[in-house]
Design a protein. Structure first.
Length: 538
């Protein structure tokens, strides 16, 4: 079996090492061949192969044909002319301070221009050097093309990886983020009057900060992020997963002791759910999740691997200022496209950042109303998002929150309830809705349980109604019923009358029934109790 790549985002290294590469070059050829796609922007969540694609474009326009042997683009045909390539990686810029940003950003620009063959002038700032580099490299490409029209191409190729990273890194300090945005805009503005010198511009990022001058200055820039024909350019479809990883998949299924069919279904639930176009229903796997899972082939099964690679600083910095407890992130319908806008740094919404960061994805689209239904892509993201929300909810009590799962799974109810009461008491204002409903408290409990690796179902639909929360673990099944301004006895009465535990009786695991009662005025948890199923129905 070919090895699985888990670390390199360099196309050249990947191809030389002969590891698995899921061929996306047909998309690249289509994108770079279309004259209408001269200036392209593409957003995708973190660790979805953006840097690898930028690296592949670099090799393509450098005419490194040997790296593309056996790939779709060789079969479909390409001219293999060489172009000067300016390749920026802006995720490397420091945002500790404006001074540090200026220094590191200037170094990145200087080194990138030097690598492209431009002699940097230290007496001029980085923006002017960039402008001069575009013109000088274009002039050289024209001259080279006249001398060798078969081997040299006209125009400069500009590749900008993670164009938004410095702004995103600074979102915990909006004035600093705006200052960084202004400095980056001065660089991007240099391309406005020089588009005639550019053969191809490909820019990637997580979010589209529309007030960066690159979007206002370049009138011909095309945002391909939700275009139908590029919906599966990033990520793996089911067919691509089978074609490239089947031997690894079967080996892991055997290690886990699962049938191949059950294994694939479970893997899909964990890692496949990202949809990037309203017009294409096909969903894709997160590439890094597939790589980490199949490289490890853990007997214990699937894990939330995406989070281990680090959460986007853009989102984490924003969460320091934003309460997520009011969001029903499982399914949000009637969402207009404007809700995804991240233009105004002082009025960012959690919905926009969660969507841009990959914690929410397209679930459905109504062409008549032009509204979206969005939700969590898959189980891996669900658990990581629950951990984020649990951290926001717990605040100073996050040490207790980390032990929540242990107290629940060991049926240590006195300690569990003391901690739970403390948690709700520590919420700054309780749930945010003026009209407090049971679901307001469910969100918090759901997030806390899910963050501990417990399988949680909210509003568990059954023949006689809906149980508020059902949590499942190998140590037991836990049926929660929440009441507002009603005694906890009513919670147990409803569980019994509606027979919420009945679907799990044949399971063999212990079944616990938990009642929680809240006061709508104080928003505190005022009463709670747990009973094993046998205590009531023994």
């Amino acid at each position: 079996m070919k090895k699985i790549n888990t670390c390199s985002s360099d196309f050249s290294d990947l191809r030389k090492e002969n590891v698995i590469y899921v061929d996306k070059t047909a998309y690249m050829r289509r994108l770079a061949s279309d004259e209408e796609n001269k200036v392209v922007f593409m957003s995708r969540p973190r660790r979805f192969g953006k840097s690898l694609t930028v690296s592949a474009f670099k090799a393509l326009f450098q005419g490194r044909r040997e790296l593309f042997r056996g790939l779709d683009i060789e079969r479909l045909g390409w001219n293999w002319q060489t172009h000067p390539v300016i390749h920026f990686r802006f995720s490397e810029a420091s945002t500790d301070s404006i001074e540090r940003f200026d220094s590191t950003f200037s170094d990145i620009v200087k080194n990138s221009l030097a690598a492209a063959g431009y002699e940097y002038d230290d007496k001029k700032d980085y923006s002017l050097n960039f402008a001069n580099a575009i013109e000088a490299l274009h002039a050289k490409s024209v001259k080279d093309h006249e001398a060798d029209p078969e081997g040299k191409g006209e125009g400069v190729v500009i590749l900008i990886d993670e164009y938004d990273a410095p702004v995103g890194h600074a979102l915990d300090d909006i004035p600093k983020a705006e200052a960084i945005r202004a400095r980056m805009s001065s660089l991007y503005a240099q391309m406005k009057d020089r588009t005639g010198c550019i053969r191809f511009l490909f820019m990637t990022g997580i979010s589209k900060f529309t007030k960066l001058s690159v979007f206002s200055a370049l009138s011909n820039i095309r945002d391909m992020s939700q275009e139908e024909q590029y919906a599966t350019m990033f990520g793996y479809t089911e067919e691509e997963l089978t074609a490239n990883f089947e031997e690894h998949l079967r080996e892991h299924a055997a290690i886990m002791g699962k049938s191949y069919e059950d294994y694939r279904a479970e893997m899909k639930r964990w890692y496949n759910g990202f949809r990037f176009s309203p017009d294409v229903e096909t969903t894709v796997y997160n590439p890094i999740s597939v790589a980490y899972t199949l490289a490890a082939k853990s007997k214990s099964g699937f894990k939330a691997t995406w989070a281990t690679t680090g959460r986007p600083s853009m989102l984490m910095n924003y969460l320091k200022r934003e309460d997520l407890l009011s969001i029903d992130y499982e399914k949000m319908s009637g969402v207009p496209a404007a809700a995804f806008d991240v233009a105004d740094l002082r009025n960012l919404t959690a919905t926009a950042l969660l969507f841009q960061s990959g914690y929410l994805t397209v679930k459905d689209y109504d062409a008549d109303s032009e509204d979206y239904t969005i939700g969590v892509p898959d189980e891996e993201v669900r658990r990581d998002l629950a951990t984020l929300i649990a951290g926001v909810a717990a605040g100073e009590t996050d040490v207790w929150a980390a032990n929540l799962g242990k107290t629940l799974l060991h049926a240590n109810w006195p300690k569990f309830f003391v901690g739970l009461k403390s948690l709700y008491a520590h919420l700054p204002y309780g749930p945010k809705e003026d009209d407090v409903q049971e679901f307001s408290y469910e969100r918090i409990l759901y997030a806390l349980l899910a963050s501990q690796g417990v399988e949680v179902v909210s509003e568990d639909r059954q023949s006689n109604g809906r149980a508020d929360i059902v949590a499942k673990h190998k140590k037991g099944i836990y049926v929660f019923e929440l009441k507002v301004d009603e005694p906890v006895d009513k919670a147990f009465k409803q569980i019994c009358e509606k027979k919420y535990a009945e679907p799990y009786l044949a399971d063999g695991r212990p079944i616990w029934l938990i009642g929680l009662s809240f006061d709508s005025q104080t928003r505190y948890l005022v009463d709670c109790a747990a009973k094993e199923f046998g205590e009531i129905h023994g």
